[in-house]
Ligand binder design. Structure first.
Ligand code: GDP
Ligand code: IMO
Ligand code: MG
Length: 421
């Protein structure tokens, strides 16, 4: 049986904390897509750590953590991260596995990402510049190198051939940074990667399923950043939705049981692209400060706004969400009036659908207002002790989305989570 945890917004919903919280109930935690564009924050013994490549189950004892086939892997970042988790006493050599089909991010992928974004100027995607899009382009373009290729004698030749292609692209962009140092680090990190447990991911996970193991699939990014269903072209380059679990891990849809969708009590986005409920005023600034909304991977300030039920409804639909986790509810503790987006006005017409294109259309959010709870909720341990205004807020979301909010996260700490009874 496979349960899924994924983000329903534009990323940074708190997936790291929630996966770490759920992990003890599972045997294996598997990342199915994305790469080091992800930044998943966890607190371990009160100390903060941000994971980019390693699944967020790594700090739980006796768990298997798999970097799945659908992931793109930067070996330099992976090595640093392995060293970081080892400093917490984690024996990653025992618990971390990498699928041989996982595609590698090359130093030239990162260079192409930088060059391509620079060339886009004002139209840039706001990429994390980790080489995600060029690596996935090489995967779908059938040029990429995979972890399993490392073990073949002709790896070096294949690398040089691909590097040549990349150089032509870089020349077109008139890109002239010296990447030789990055290449040295890459080759050193590949030697490290070879010493890890490299497995045939699809047999590995299906054998585990046959043996009755429980698997938790960990999403990266969020549904509105999905390459097919997000706010294209301002998206990432992978399928961040439940469907990505099957293609990213090599499992059948029948194996998937619970789909646990995470939403913040409000909404954030980092990078460019449409964001109908964005706040450009002091309220946006207040939420940013209360929620420490600065990117875990890039440190960029996150754009902040009200919760968007049109986008969330869409995300619940395409993912088949069975239950919701609402994170960062405490961030709204000191706000007098809360707003919830219930509809859009698109070019003057009311709709509850996410339009094909938000760019270029005039999309305005229509709001319903709620009284704020004006209470410190960070110490609350049970649903029955929630302030009544918060009950009203949560109930409205439950009813509108038709999916229950079963968990409310009320602080960054591992234990700060309220469970519906
Ligand atoms: P992810 O990418 O979805 O794992 O999320 P990030 O780690 O990028 O961002 C979430 C941020 O919010 C992190 O700094 C977390 O420590 C923090 N966080 C998670 N849950 C809560 C919560 O319930 N309340 C507060 N105040 N912070 C939280
Ligand atoms: P986690 O897993 C928030 C955004 C980038 C940019 C767009 C494309 O921590 O939630 P990319 O580097 O993928 O080419 O960038 O997607 N983005 C994220 N935003 N959280 C993330 O991951 C993100 N990963 C990518 O800011 O707008
Ligand atoms: Mg993040």
């Amino acid at each position: 049986m496979v349960d899924v945890i994924l983000g329903l917004q534009w990323g940074d919903e708190g997936k790291g904390k929630i996966v770490d919280y759920f992990a003890p109930a599972y045997d294996m935690i598997a990342r199915f897509q994305g790469g080091p564009n992800a930044g998943h924050t966890l607190y371990v013994d009160g100390k903060k750590i941000v994971l980019h490549q390693i699944p967020s189950g790594i700090f739980r004892e006796n768990k298997t953590n798999l970097i799945g086939s659908g992931v793109v892997l930067d070996p330099v970042i992976l090595q640093k991260e392995c060293e970081a988790v080892a400093s917490f006493g984690v024996d990653f050599r025992k618990s971390l596995y990498v699928s041989e089909r996982t595609h590698l991010i090359l130093p030239t992928h990162r260079a192409i990402d930088r060059a391509s974004e620079a060339a886009k100027g004002r139209e840039k995607i706001g990429s994390t510049l980790k080489g995600i899009s060029p690596a996935y382009m090489d995967k779908t373009g059938r040029n990429g190198l995979r972890v399993g290729d490392l073990l073949n004698k002709d790896f070096h030749n294949k690398y040089q051939q691909l590097r040549k292609k990349h150089q032509q692209l870089l020349d077109n962009f008139s890109f002239d940074e010296d990447i030789s140092q990055a290449e040295n680090e890459f080759f050193e990190a590949l030697e490290f990667l070879k010493t890890l447990k490299i497995v045939n991911g699809e047999y590995f996970i299906n054998d585990a399923l046959k043996a009755g193991n429980k698997i938790l699939a960990e999403g990266a990014q969020g549904s509105m950043l999905d390459v097919d269903f997000g706010t294209f072209p301002y998206v990432t380059s992978s399928n961040t939705i439940t469907a990505g679990v099957c293609s990213g891990l090599g499992i059948s849809p029948q194996k998937i049981k619970e789909v646990i969708g995470i939403t913040k009590a409000y909404c954030t986005r980092v990078g460019s692209g449409p964001f109908p409920t964005e706040l450009h005023d002091e309220m946006g600034e207040l939420i940013r400060q209360n929620g420490h909304e600065f990117g875990s991977t890039t440190g960029r300030p996150r754009r902040c706004g009200w919760i968007d039920l049109v986008a969330l409804n869409f995300a619940c639909m395409i993912n088949g969400v069975t239950q919701l986790v609402m994170t960062k509810a405490d961030v709204l503790d000191n706000i007098d009036t809360l707003k919830v987006c219930t509809k859009y006005m698109v070019n003057g017409k009311e709709t509850t659908h996410v339009p094909f294109q938000m760019e270029g259309s005039k999309v305005e959010a229509v709001y319903k207002e709620f009284e704020g709870w004006k209470t410190d909720i960070t110490g609350i341990k049970s649903f029955k002790n929630l302030p009544p205004q918060m009950d009203t807020y949560i109930n409205y979301i439950n009813e509108t989305l038709g999916v229950p909010v079963n968990y409310i996260s009320n602080g960054p700490g591992t234990k700060q989570i309220i469970v519906a009874s």
